[in-house]
Structure formats: structure tokens, C-alpha cells
Design a protein around this ligand. Structure first.
Ligand code: IPM
Ligand code: MG
Length: 372
């Protein structure tokens, strides 16, 4: 019997390359696990009309947690064109399987650390240490969307909000709506996680990034709940900022910030910007964490043009693996892995193309193994 059962989901594109790198490192660490392959991604959409097959969900239910590489995801109409001929015209609608997984398993915390490792030539500045807490199950990515816009809905919304009558001349086909759903439960649990993290790791502030001056109800609720949660953490200061200004300030003074917390779409945006400050998506890892289950992934996508070339930087995937080890309370192993990654970056001999080198994905894995 192995200690852990890890759902192994390379997905597609470069997800496959970086997961291979991860396996080399996990084996060298003598991580005591069984890896259970699970189908997910673009090829299952094209072939079966479902990028997240039911059999995968069943596998995940038997696992300790999952590792996920990357998946191609495309807008609705482009996705429909790539379905196999016998699935065409059946009204199948593509939706991102990773977003689906996050909701299905209630993985409400998306933890995205962005740390500048010394010696990385891509660091925007050397002292950056940001940790983004992105709400992962609601907000604008709740998946509650409408097109064509149903008449009944229009009638009822107009009844409750007269501003809707501005759109009364617009035909149902010419109108689409995505709901930004925020609940006090969702807001409270993500903000609480951010504060607990700040407390545990000694960050003096938590920055709540929203836009309550315009999104009065949804961002307003995040702000209200944020102030309430902050009362339980008297040693940590709550900073409230607006998403637009925060983007400027992150570029101007990134070292003013530490823990940032925000709703789903803003978190998607903040975390990409933060990633770029520490070397880009090749260095950005992400943990989708719930109360009982978690899936760890690099923040980057599937970069189909590099698929199978072993060209891309596996560091993001390896840092995601480090997050998994933290979550499993394998703290020593997590530390060994992170410091090996840091040493390889600092030494600067083995670098993938994004860092100006010509080492391969697997060269980086082997170099890290050499430093364990
Ligand atoms: C991310 C990605 C995903 C998201 C996409 C691929 C659906 O951008 O993990 O940040 O928006 O959450
Ligand atoms: Mg993103």
C-alpha cells in the first residue's frame, strides 16, 4: 500500500511535457504514491463531447488529491467546430473542465504564490513575494449565463431593477448575460483563508481587491465580509483597493504587497499580472483547495504550439507539486523541493527558452533532481 493516491491528469498540450518532468522529480524524492491516470481535456471534448468524463470524476473521488497539467480551452463556437462529426449539431456546449472541477469538488481556494527567486533573469524586481487568494467557485465564473436572454427573466429583472428597462428594445438574441454571483459564505471562507495564511507566514497586511464603488452589491458584499473577518485578526491590517488601480500599483510598487484576496475573475487577472512580475507563467503555480480535496496545477495554459517539444519551463508545475506536498503536510519534502528549484534558478546553468537558455523541460527536471 502506498501512502497516497494521486489522480494524474496531464490534460493536453504542454501539460503532458511538464507532468513528465514532475514525475521524474517525485520519483527522485521517493514520494510514496500511486498515480492514477485520469482523462481530461480537449481530446475528450472532441471525441466524446465532454472534456471532463464521468469516469474521471469517479477516479478523483477515490484519490487523496490530483495533479493537473493543462488543457486547451476555446470559446463556444470554435469548440463546437472541433467536435467529431457524429457529435456535431447536438447542442453540446464546451465549458472549461478545470473550472468544472473546481465547482464540482468545491475547491474554493485558488492559492497562487508569486515569488521572485533570486537569480531569475525574468524577475521584474528581486524582492517580490505575492500570494494571491482567488475565490474559485463563484463570481463571474459561476457558469450562470444566458443567451438568448429569456423573456421571463427580463420581465422579472425589470420588476426588481428599473435599470433593466434601458435594454427593452434589444431582442433576446442580441443580448447575453453572465451572472456575477457572490455569497457571504463564499466571500467569508476565501477571505478567512487569506488572513489565516497571512497570520501563519507573518504577512502584515491582507489586500482585498474589488470594485465596490461600481459593483455595489457583489464587491460591496466582499468588502463588508472582509471587514468583518478582519476583526478576528487584529494584528493584520486590511487594505481595500480597486482592481483597476491595484493593477497599476502592483506594477509600480509590487513589494508593498503580500497577501491579496479577491473574487474569481479579478483573481484570474491579478494572478497573471503577479506571475509576470516573477518571470511569467513558467513560474506560477496554483492550488485549487477545498476542505477535503485539492487539485494542483501550473497557472499556464496548454500552449499547443509547443506541445510534445519538451521546450517549456516545468518550474510552474514543480512549484505546484511543492504546494501539493505542503497540503499533504509533507513539509520537509516540500522544502527540499523548493530549495532545489531555487538552487537551479540561482545557478543559472540550466534554463529553458523563456529564460534565454536552450535546456529542455526534462533537463530542468534532472537538474533539480541533482540538487535534492
Ligand atoms: C486559470 C486559467 C483558467 C481560468 C482557464 C483556463 C479556464 O486562466 O487557471 O487562471 O480562467 O481559471
Ligand atoms: Mg488565468
Amino acid at each position: 500500500m502506498t501512502k497516497y493516491r494521486i489522480a494524474w491528469m496531464p490534460g493536453d498540450g504542454i501539460g503532458v511535457d511538464v507532468m513528465e518532468a514532475t514525475r521524474i522529480v517525485l520519483d527522485a524524492l521517493k514520494f510514496d504514491a500511486e498515480y492514477v491516470p485520469a482523462d481530461i481535456g480537449w481530446e475528450f471534448w472532441c471525441r466524446e463531447g465532454n472534456p471532463l468524463p464521468q469516469r474521471t470524476i469517479e477516479i478523483l473521488q477515490t484519490c487523496t488529491c490530483g495533479l493537473f497539467g493543462a488543457i486547451t480551452s476555446k470559446p463556444k463556437d470554435e469548440a463546437a467546430l472541433e467536435l467529431s462529426p457524429e457529435l456535431q449539431g447536438k447542442g453540446l456546449v464546451y465549458s472549461s473542465p478545470i473550472v468544472g472541477l473546481r465547482q464540482l469538488f468545491d475547491l474554493y481556494t485558488n492559492l497562487r504564490p508569486c515569488k521572485a527567486y533570486p537569480g531569475n533573469p525574468l524577475n521584474y524586481r528581486d524582492d517580490i513575494d505575492l500570494v494571491v487568494f482567488r475565490e474559485n467557485t463563484e463570481g463571474l465564473y459561476s457558469g450562470v449565463e444566458f443567451h438568448p436572454f429569456p423573456d421571463e427573466l427580463r420581465t422579472i429583472i425589470t420588476k426588481y431593477n428599473p435599470r433593466m428597462s434601458r435594454f427593452e428594445d434589444i431582442a433576446r438574441d442580441d443580448m447575453s448575460v453572465s451572472l456575477r454571483v457572490i455569497t457571504t459564505k463564499g466571500a467569508r471562507r476565501i477571505i478567512k483563508k487569506a488572513f489565516e495564511y497571512a497570520q501563519q507566514f507573518g504577512y502584515p497586511t491582507v489586500t482585498l481587491v474589488e470594485k465596490p464603488n461600481v459593483l455595489r452589491e457583489t464587491s460591496g458584499m466582499m468588502t463588508r465580509v472582509g471587514r468583518d473577518v478582519a476583526k478576528d485578526f487584529p494584528d493584520i491590517e486590511l487594505w481595500e483597493t480597486n482592481i483597476d488601480a491595484q493593477m497599476m500599483w502592483l506594477l509600480k510598487n509590487p513589494d508593498d504587497y503580500g497577501v491579496l484576496v479577491t473574487s474569481n475573475m479579478f483573481g484570474d487577472i491579478v494572478s497573471d499580472l503577479s506571475a509576470q512580475l516573477v518571470g511569467g507563467l513558467g513560474f506560477a503555480s496554483s492550488g485549487n483547495i477545498g476542505d477535503e480535496f485539492a487539485v494542483f496545477e501550473p497557472t499556464h495554459g496548454s500552449a499547443p504550439k509547443y506541445a510534445g517539444q519538451y521546450k517549456v519551463n516545468p518550474t510552474a508545475m514543480l512549484l505546484a507539486t511543492k504546494l501539493m506536498l505542503d497540503w499533504l503536510s509533507e513539509s520537509e519534502m516540500a522544502e527540499v523541493l523548493e530549495s532545489a528549484i531555487a538552487k537551479v534558478i540561482a545557478e543559472g546553468k540550466v534554463r529553458t527558452y523563456d529564460m534565454g537558455g536552450d535546456s529542455s523541460t526534462l533537463d530542468v527536471a534532472h537538474a533539480i533532481v541533482g540538487k535534492l
